[in-house]
Design a protein around this ligand. Structure first.
Ligand code: GAL
Length: 336
């Protein structure tokens, strides 16, 4: 009896090691990743994509596996993106990295990927939970929107506590602010708006909203809104709270045109132009996700999917699905 079990055990061991050997022989020499961006012109997405390309080269050098990135711009159209996915699959992509145009409508992409057995790493625009739960080969990489907003509010709270006059510019006991919001359908816009304002209030900054508007993450749209607000509330705006850096820069453009100075502007993203504005003192502060890490996780998770391996251990996935990129406050050293 014991001998029989021992033999069975030995046989199992040999069988498993033969299987592993077989897998090794089949190891891929190259992987193909299909990437679709919701809008290639978006500054933050553009920044992430640039780093992703560098990470792919780094991965190639380190692993000896060739990485082919097929990057496509959906230019704001879900239909175009669906066709891109179709094409990626027909070209034999091993994995897809999708920045969905319409996060509520990822089901077509998921259907296609599931049928073809091609894993999907979504990023930045979070598909709804119901969609994400449909298959265990779906992942999401992004930042925690509430955390971002709390950090954005906190930078002004800290400044106010240190030097109230640096925030309440006219010293009337009220900080009059305007608010620039991103796309209405984006999870980040609503949560960022709500929690930035709440953090300011809870932190004891006596804020009063003058007005606000949707500028869809875009610099030019924000600039047009700010131009109107400067005319409607002359010498009144003390703080511009923006859901991202690009819209913050739009507000700064409008103020420069109108010759207005001294207003505090806060953004989110830490994009290249955002950081330049911080450096030159035009932007008071921003909340920046660790973009190196953001791109590394997308690339390495995608590569592990493409190779049929387990997700990389160094990037813990919440519930086996979600990765939340750490972020930090960047504030200009000296207001003057
Ligand atoms: C946000 C980012 C915005 C914009 C948007 C696109 O997370 O802050 O600047 O890039 O994603 O989905």
């Amino acid at each position: 009896m014991l001998k029989g079990r021992l033999l069975l055990f030995l046989f199992l061991c040999m069988f498993l090691s033969a299987c592993r050997g077989g897998q090794k022989e089949e190891e891929k020499a190259s992987i193909r990743i299909g990437i679709s961006l919701y809008r290639g012109e978006d500054t933050f997405i553009n920044n992430i994509c640039g780093i992703l390309e560098e990470k792919a080269k780094e991965y190639e050098r380190e692993s000896g596996i060739k990485v082919v990135l097929d990057i496509q711009d959906a230019k704001g159209s879900q239909n175009v993106q669906n066709n891109q996915v179709e094409r990626f699959i027909s070209l034999g992509c091993d994995v897809l990295c999708i920045n969905p145009v319409d996060r509520m409508d990822a089901s077509v992409i998921i259907d296609r990927a599931m049928t073809a057995g091609v894993p999907v790493v979504f990023f930045n625009r979070q598909p709804v939970e119901e969609d994400m739960n449909r298959w265990d080969e779906l992942y999401y990489i992004g930042v925690d929107a509430k955390e971002t907003a709390v950090l954005q509010g906190k930078m002004v709270v800290d400044l106010y506590r240190e030097d109230a006059g640096a925030v309440d510019l006219n010293g009337d006991g009220v900080v009059s602010y305007v608010l620039l919001e991103g796309e209405t359908s984006h999870q980040d816009s609503l949560i960022r708006t709500e929690w930035s304002v709440r953090t300011l209030k809870n932190g004891g900054v006596p804020i009063e909203k003058l007005t606000g508007g949707i500028a869809n993450w875009e610099r030019s749209q924000a600039s047009a809104l700010m131009e109107q607000w400067l005319a409607a509330y002359p010498d009144t705006i003390e703080l511009v709270v923006s859901n991202n850096d690009d819209m913050a820069l739009g507000a700064i453009d409008a103020m420069e045109r109108a010759g207005v100075t001294g207003v505090n502007v806060i953004g989110i993203d830490g994009t290249t132009p955002g950081l330049e504005a911080l450096e030159s003192g035009k932007l008071l502060g921003t909340v920046s996700a660790n973009k190196e890490l953001y791109a590394s996780v997308i690339l390495e998770l995608a590569a592990s999917c493409a190779l049929g391996e387990e997700p990389p251990e160094e990037y813990p996935l919440e519930g086996g699905t979600y990765y939340w990129t750490p972020q930090e406050i960047l504030i200009r050293e000296n207001k003057d």
